[in-house]
Structure formats: C-alpha cells, structure tokens
Design a protein around this ligand. Sequence first.
Ligand code: PHE
Ligand code: FE
Length: 293
Amino acid sequence: MNPQADFHSGINQGVAPVTYGQGDRPPRGDYAQARADYTCDQNWSAYTATDHEMYRRLHARQTAQLPGLACDEFIEAVAQLGPSTQIPRFEQLSERLMRATGWEVVAVPGLIPEEAFFALLAKRRFPMTSWIRKPEEFDYIVEPDVFHDLFGHVPLLFNPMFADYMQAYGAGGLKASRLEACEYLARLYWYTVEFGLIATPAGLRAYGAGILSSAGELRHSVLSPQPQRIGFDLERMMRTRYKIDSYQSTYFVIDSFQQLFEATAPDFTPVYRRVTQQGELDANVHLPSDRVY
Ligand code: PHE
Ligand code: FE
C-alpha cells in the first residue's frame, strides 16, 4: 500500500504514515491497532515498571528546573497532570481538562498525518503518543513520546486563551491543507506551540512544549547568549525553516497568549500568498527588521 495515500487523506489504513520530522527509523507505534481517525487505546495496564520509572525520572528532572525558566501559567498547571510517579491515565486527565477548558486527550500510536492531526485539534482533542522512551533515551529523543506530549503540551491546554488558540490552529490547518500551505502553518506551530518564548515582567520565559520537555534546551533557550530571540512576527515565522535535530538557532517571543490568538485570527489566505512571494529563510538568518531581545 502506498503510504502517501493515507498521508493525504488523513485516514488510518493500518500502516505508519509519512510525517514531518520522522528520521530514518520506522515509527514505533502499532498503527494497525488505531481507528480510522488514528486514535487508539492508551492500554495503561501494558506499561511496565520500567516505563513508569522513566516517567517519574523525567518528570522530576523537568519540574526541578521550571522556576525562572517556564512561564507561570505552565508551572501552575503542572500539578493538574496527575501523579508524578507513574504515567497518568488519559481518561482521568481528560476529566480535569474537560472541566477547565473543554479539551480532552486521546491516545495515538505516534506521529500522525497532518490532516488527521488538524481534525483532532479542531475538535479540542489533543493526540498523545501512548509509548514512552527507552532508558537510553533519557537525555534525548527525536520523536515525541508520551512524556513530551503530556508534560510539554497539556499544561497550557488548561489555559483558556491558549486552548482556544490550539483549536483555531486545527481549523486553520484543515484550511491550509486545501490551500497547500501546510508547511507555512507547520512553522507557526513549531515557533509557537513547540519552541515559543514569552516576555513577562520577570523576564523571558518558555511556553513551548519542545523546550519544556527538553533536559537541556530549557536553559539554552532562555539563558544562552548563542541563539537569537526575536519579537513575534507571523510572516517572518512562516518564512523561517527550522531544525529538528539540534537546539533552535532562532526563537520567537510573544508578549501574551492574547497577542498570539489575535494575530492569528485573520484569514491567512493573503498571508500565505505574501510568504510565497517573499521566500524562505534559513533557521539562523538575521534580518534588519528583526526586533531583537
Ligand atoms: N486565521 C487562520 C486562517 O485563516 C487560522 C489559524 C488560527 C491558524 C490560529 C493558526 C492559528 O487560516
Ligand atoms: Fe510536540
């Protein structure tokens, strides 16, 4: 079967999809067990003691370094994730999340095609990889696992403004698929949801899941003199390529989740057209118009 077919349709055919950022290794999840919309059972009782221990260690290491580096909204919501000593049960997490913002989390085998991903977000359902990394991947993993999806993404889904942004993103993704602009929209996701920084009265803080679930990038993104940090600029973001196998060389800084929500509310159709005309930029490029932090 041609995997490209389900990549475009977003319907699970039981084989691993072709997705961005996949690398050379085959995806680990069992796509044969997933439903047509790519959701599957978490199968909580199948986690081993080693799996729970890995979650406990990851959770402890990350939580210890949040103060002064993560935004307050994130820190306040971490307690809502549930037990820190074992992988949470998705149904219980969904109950709390549903009460707070109307979102729920659903299990998936791993990376899923864009269309399927957008469709879930548009329904306020966040897809969570069900498996956890192996002990030798404690420090670094390329693919998202349950720790990244849960610890990185779920805390901000408890924030009403950010929760609305994520749903709008999903709806915008379905539209971008029709306009063949998914790559631009993927960059917006990357530089906000995954690697975003926010300016607060106390200084720069991280809100991106890729940063907040990373052992080393949290300090690097907020404190290192190496990367450039530039003010939120929608079209600049959409033009900028990104790195999937190293720390980012450019981070974009928002002033508030409200700014993010409002700046992305207008119709992107003319935006995509302008971005196509202006052309792509390398991840580490500096422009005179960049508002540097
Ligand atoms: N406003 C965007 C559009 O018209 C949709 C969108 C909202 C995309 C929020 C991303 C984030 O396509
Ligand atoms: Fe992620």
